[in-house]
Design a protein around this ligand. Structure first.
Ligand code: AMP
Length: 444
């Protein structure tokens, strides 16, 4: 949770302080302990709106400081009006799509509220509900939950939301992607109509705008980056590579010792496991994080990655949501996501809190149609790396029609015989010593 020391100054407003935003003394001291000196733009804009009691529609990517943008004013509002009575009641509800994100929000609430007498707890599926129910029974003020487990416990009568004053829907666009929208709509029926609502989404497709309309009343709107724009500080590179050479390209890239840790994305759980096997076989410490893994295995992999016990974390999109690793500099898209917004989410794992980051994407012939959609969405041609040792046998055609579903995963047009793990002898191997030289293609 500690903030990174290397902030790019421009990311923060040097003149604005948390005191200026009228954040209360106990929270100020907690933020100081976290190393936060200045609010990020989303915090600067959101905190006053929430403190005033208004509804908020915020378009912000993960990594911009949005957790504190809602957690800080919520803690402040609740602490100004403590109503424990006999037992604490759930007065704020934060709903978020994944367990990892829920856990991180819980940790943030605990950190920012360290000097307050409020209690929070986190509930999510995939683990026994017993400990969660016991914590709920002891009384809590703020509940952070994923939708499925929340609805389960409501149905079992273990949770009452009738005292909720503030409702936060976090990462609403992910909720949509993950099919949670019906759960959210069911939830809205059991929370009081009279409430303050805060709605966060990295992108604002029409379905999300419509959902926001059903949740919010006369919201103030806050946007820190245009919808779906990629975080500017992230260097992006595209490697056209035949499917059969992706393993070799990944190993080649990881030969660079400057990459101390990297988050690698695959589209499927099976794909993630295969990449881990490959890396482990080549003495690169790696673990996978995906929905088939038990919750404690996912947490363990994440902890090992954070403390650098492993060098590579291989993740599927759903599992990776909410991963917050300080100073994560490299994201590698081993496969191009088929939903263009997912690309924005993936590369948002790096370049967080104003740090510089680098996102490298491997694109084979079958993925060109996905790439086209992504570039249309981000309104940018991702710079091509044309100097890597595994160029495609057949030059990529950006205007090629979307391929029919590949049979057996082998839709590659022409296999690259003998190229398994072997650099193309006609291409000079890229120098390894210099990160910029190693990775930079001619931009444009
Ligand atoms: P979030 O977008 O909420 O996931 O936050 C991204 C990262 O920024 C987390 O590691 C936070 O601890 C960090 N962070 C949030 N707000 C600030 C701030 N005002 N100053 C420094 N770091 C921050």
């Amino acid at each position: 949770m500690k903030a990174n020391s290397i902030f790019i100054k421009a990311f923060y407003n040097d003149y604005m302080t948390f005191e200026d935003l009228e954040v209360s003394a106990p929270i100020l001291s907690a933020l100081k302990k976290e190393g936060y000196t200045n609010p990020t733009p989303i915090q600067e804009k959101s905190i006053p709106i929430v403190l005033k009691g208004g509804d908020l529609l915020a378009c912000a990517q993960t990594g911009t400081g949005k957790t504190a943008a809602f957690s800080v004013p919520i803690l402040q509002l609740l602490s100004e009006n403590i109503q424990h009575g006999n037992k604490r009641k759930i007065r704020a509800l934060i709903v978020t799509p994944t367990r990892e994100l829920a856990i991180q929000i819980g940790e943030s609430l605990t950190a920012y509220g360290a000097d307050l007498s409020l209690k929070n707890t986190v509930i999510f599926g995939g683990v026994s509900q017993l400990a969660q129910v016991n914590r709920l029974k002891s009384g809590i003020d703020v509940l952070v939950a994923t939708p499925g487990r929340l609805l389960d416990l409501i149905a079992q009568g273990e949770i009452s939301l009738q005292h909720v004053e503030i409702f936060v829907l976090d990462e609403a666009d992910r909720m949509l992607d993950m099919g949670f929208i019906h759960d959210v709509k069911r939830l809205l029926k059991v929370i009081p109509d009279k409430r303050q609502s805060l709605f966060f989404s990295a992108t604002m497709p029409p379905a999300i705008v419509e959902l926001a309309g059903t949740i919010l009343q006369n919201p103030d709107k806050v946007e820190v980056t245009p919808p779906s724009s990629t975080v500017e500080k992230i260097d992006q590179e595209l490697y056209f590579v035949d499917k059969g050479n992706k393993n070799a390209l990944l190993l080649h890239i990881l030969e660079n010792p400057e990459i101390d840790t990297a988050l690698v994305f695959t589209r499927t759980k099976h794909g993630a496991d295969k990449v881990v096997k490959l890396l482990v076989k080549h003495q690169i410490k790696a673990e996978a994080i995906h929905g088939n893994k038990a919750q404690n295995a996912r947490q363990r992999a994440l902890t090992n990655f954070k403390n650098k016990t492993i060098r590579v974390l291989v993740a599927t999109d759903i599992a990776a949501r909410g991963i917050d690793v300080d100073a994560l500099a490299y994201v590698i898209n081993f496969e191009i996501p088929n939903i263009p917004e997912t690309y924005v989410h993936r590369i948002g794992r790096t370049g967080r809190a104003g740090l510089e980051g680098m996102a490298m994407s491997f694109c084979d012939h079958e993925e060109i149609a996905y790439l086209r959609d992504i570039e249309k969405l981000i309104k940018l041609q991702i710079p091509r790396n044309t100097i890597h040792p595994f160029p495609m046998e057949v030059a990529p055609k950006m205007d090629a029609p979307a391929p029919k579903k590949a049979q057996g995963g082998g839709g590659q047009r022409k296999p690259n015989p003998g190229a398994q793990g072997r650099p193309n002898p006609n291409k000079a191997a890229a120098p390894k010593s210099n990160k910029r030289k190693f990775f930079s293609a001619k931009k444009g």
